[in-house]
Design a protein around this ligand. Structure first.
Ligand SMILES: [Cu+2]
Length: 66
């Protein structure tokens, strides 16, 4: 399991966008966004770099691992 700090998620729509982007990765089983904490928790075997890229491509900034 991997948890990343993500900047720029402000509402449910952002959470949906990030969830969909991360869950589109084949190695991801599930992505959970915590809007209050600004964190995304990823279940599965995806590489951190791939998850980071998916989130950044969706338009959000990934900070260090939480
Ligand atoms: Cu939003």
């Amino acid at each position: 399991m991997l948890t990343l700090k993500v900047e720029g998620m402000t509402c449910g729509h952002c959470a949906q966008t990030v969830t969909k982007a991360v869950e589109a990765l084949p190695a991801v089983e599930r992505a959970l966004v915590d809007l209050t904490a600004g964190e995304v928790t990823v279940e599965g075997s995806a590489e951190e770099s791939a998850v980071r890229k998916a989130i950044e491509d969706a338009g959000y900034d990934v900070k260090d691992a939480a």
